[in-house]
Design a protein around this ligand. Structure first.
Ligand SMILES: [Zn+2]
Length: 397
């Protein structure tokens, strides 16, 4: 079950939906069938996105524009533009990319995006933040020094030096300053108090949690964008490149709460993300262990678990867990106390687009991998059988 298809936890602005009218062209690129894109914008007859991004190209920034998709989507997509377009004025590039993105967004979806924007504006215009310093990124007060050092060194070795990988693809490390966790908890409490006092009906983070709040909805979106770009993407680029870890370009940031009078546990699921960061903020609790059961592609999401894929983890306040969104997991009951976690679902629109043309995900899906090995084993066995048949024939004359 994907937990991300709820009213607020579903597709975020700028995320490419699962269906669209994209066709592959000639095997060397991705072609968007051009008939519904007005030629007045840019002639699309021979404009196709590159299959691989131009890594040397430094994209424009789109932060200052009022766009219906997140600015980082445009920066990320720009590297995929055909070479002839890279030097064009920013407005032309925006028009071209927006046309592509809009093609993927059905009307109902566009309405929903518009409504959600109004909902956010309503909150932001009347909610008074408690700790304003949280709303801009201050690395030195947010992260512990060891984590900052590893990020600034920016090598696999530096990341490994602060991380454990207790099970393949699950990384745990110390990340947030205790003081930052306290401030964030207080801010969330303050927000919830405001929600109650104002009798404001808020959207919950996803279909599976009845408590908790979406941080992006009350002003923390820009800060969390910087959080993802500066502090998650460098790590994901190294450990999760096969699931779009180097092209993470949008996020869904929220808080979940477990315990008495809150959600108790969380069923087995996959996240609507490429990479998920899960940080325990506190407070005192028992129970609430996370359990992991192997990474799966869409097709294999309900297949069995191999014994080596079984992994349970007890959360420690301040500690972060980083894993693929498709890594199947859940949380056991929080039996006493109050457990509050920060979740950052990091997404890559490029990866979601490219995924449509692939069938074999043995780079990260445990079941695809198993099937591939099985195919290789069968083919080796068949070759051996043929060989021994001919050998026998030879012996028997
Ligand atoms: Zn698979």
């Amino acid at each position: 079950m994907s937990s991300g298809q709820g009213e607020s936890g579903g597709r975020q602005e700028g995320q490419l939906p699962a269906s669209g009218s994209v066709v592959t062209g000639g095997g060397n690129g991705v072609v968007f069938s051009g008939e519904s894109i007005r030629p007045a914008v840019v002639s699309l007859s021979n404009q196709r996105l590159r299959l691989n991004p131009n890594k040397e190209h430094k994209p424009d920034t789109y932060d200052d524009l009022q766009l219906d998709f997140s600015p980082s989507i445009f920066s990320s997509l720009e590297r995929y533009l055909p070479p002839s377009m890279l030097g064009m004025p920013r407005d032309d590039k925006v028009k071209f990319m927006r046309e592509i993105l809009l093609k993927y967004l059905p009307h109902g979806e566009r309405n929903r995006v518009q409504k959600h924007r109004e909902y956010r504006q309503k909150i932001i215009s009347s909610y008074q933040p408690l700790h304003r310093e949280l709303y801009t990124m201050h690395p030195a007060t947010t992260f512990v020094p060891s984590f900052l050092k590893a990020i600034s060194d920016n090598t696999e070795e530096s990341f490994r030096s602060i991380m454990s990988e207790p099970s393949p693809g699950v990384f745990t490390f110390e990340m947030l300053q205790p003081r930052f966790c306290e401030l964030l908890l207080a801010e969330v409490e303050n927000f919830e108090k405001w929600v109650n006092d104002a009798k404001f009906r808020i959207m919950r983070p996803n279909t599976m949690n009845r408590y908790g709040a979406v941080l992006d909805d009350f002003g923390l979106e820009t800060m969390l964008d910087k959080f993802m770009e500066g502090f998650i993407r460098p790590i994901s680029r190294v450990f999760f490149s096969e699931v779009g870890g180097s092209t993470l370009d949008s996020h869904h940031g929220f808080i979940v709460e477990y315990g008495n009078n809150r959600d108790v546990d969380l069923g087995f699921h996959v996240d609507d993300s490429e990479v998920t960061l899960n940080v325990c903020l506190g407070k005192q609790f028992s129970g609430g262990e996370l359990f992991f059961r192997g990474t799966r592609c869409d097709k294999h999401v309900n297949t069995g678990t191999q014994s080596e894929e079984t992994f349970d983890y007890s959360h420690v306040p301040g500690q972060a867990v980083l894993h693929r969104g498709r890594h199947r997991h859940g949380a056991r009951a929080t039996t006493s106390g109050h457990r509050i976690n920060l979740l950052l679902w990091c997404r890559s629109s490029v990866f979601r687009e490219m995924k449509k043309y692939q069938k074999d995900f043995s780079g990260w899906c445990g079941e695809c991998q198993r099937e591939k090995k099985e195919r290789q084993r069968t083919s080796i066995a068949a070759t051996k059988l043929v060989k021994s048949f001919f050998l026998l024939k030879k012996i028997n004359g």
